[in-house]
Design a protein around this ligand. Sequence first.
Ligand SMILES: C[S@@+](CC[C@H](N)C(=O)[O-])C[C@H]1O[C@@H](n2cnc3c(N)ncnc32)[C@H](O)[C@@H]1O
Length: 216
Amino acid sequence: MRNVSEFNLTKKYIEETCSYEPDFFNQIRDSIIAAGINEMSIDADSAQFLRVLLKTTGAKNVLELGTLGGYSAILFASIIPAIGHVTTIDNDVRYQPLSQGNAEKTGYKDKITFICNDGLKAMEQLASEGATFDFFFIDAAKNSYINYYEWALSMAKPGAMIVADNTLWKGEVPDPDKTSNPIRAMRRFNEYVSQDERVDVIITTTGDGMTLARVK
Ligand SMILES: C[S@@+](CC[C@H](N)C(=O)[O-])C[C@H]1O[C@@H](n2cnc3c(N)ncnc32)[C@H](O)[C@@H]1O
């Protein structure tokens, strides 16, 4: 098993070798920092991974849990076809002007619906309205990942992709001596999804670790 420093070395190599961030994505990061908000948008290598994945799957309708400053939502909107749409959910009202302002500045506001609500409540509402999606990005409350995943499955079209971020937590999830809440939540999630016969699953070392579940 690789240790944490090997994990970081590999990550650094991938970032330096093949990650790509258009200028306006750097501006989104800067806007988050300037607003005094903890900058926890996905890394450039995760963005590149998601770019390739979205293009490969041909996904059109994306549901995201965790908007923050809009980095990943705007990334998705910039990749999916013109007829596609992104719905993104965040429970923190302070992030709404920032994320919506970034979407406006980058020209993607019409392609993104911003929902300000608790992730589980918003997913329940969307499911009750009969909404369906072909790509899900789970990046909000770590303790709710299994519940987000179940709601995602209930709204997934066959062949849909469910991607969960931070599932290796800086490479610490495999270390039995690490027992913080998010690490235990990520272990529970990875085990739950890996045993689920409704999906094909892989855990990747991209970014902070991403778990991919493709709905059968
Ligand atoms: C890591 S950030 C999302 C980053 C974003 N996906 C990106 O890469 O640009 C996590 C976000 O989840 C949101 N969040 C945390 N708990 C939540 C909950 N219960 N419901 C909805 N959003 C939540 C936080 O407010 C925060 O903005």
